[in-house]
Design a protein around this ligand. Sequence first.
Ligand SMILES: [Cu+2]
Length: 204
Amino acid sequence: MSAPSSSNAPESGSFWSVANVIIAAAVGGFALFWGASLMIGTIRQTTGSKEEAAPPAAAPAAPAAAASSTAAPASAEVIEVTIKPDTANPLAYDTKEFTVKAGAKVKLTFNNVHPTVPQPHNIVIGTAGSKDKLMGLAMQMATAPDGMAKGFIPEAPEILFHTKLLQPGQSETLEFTAPAAGEYPYLCTFPGHAVLMNGVMKVQ
Ligand SMILES: [Cu+2]
């Protein structure tokens, strides 16, 4: 086991060997989870298109009457997305972008779990092109007297969906129908976070 930095005292070697195992396990577990959720997302999208591929009419609503065994009579595809604080950079989201289809049902979970740097965070999704305005409003909330009480979530017509301010370990799932095609910014409005803690929901 070669420690990456030689400046460490020998005694700290055992600490770091243990810490490295923990970090490796956490990163590995996260990677596994992330990979699995990616695969599930891909499989869902793949099976969704394959099921509708057989009949020439690709309209998802068409087979509803014929398909007796399969549930989900609703035509909308459900897409589940989980976002966490980034393991390497806890003041950023681990998911910088994701893509959904217009009209799809989206279950967006923000799971505020970080192995080493617990922080309050939220996620605010805005209309296309609203990123700069929302970042400005987030800065105003930082000094607003009622900023904390409002979870640093500004009031603006550009805000489509948002979680509350989630304390470390808390999780919230937003359920919404994906809007029209476009690029919808999302960001954390906790003071100082939005610059790095942002991403884009791409709707196709
Ligand atoms: Cu944040």
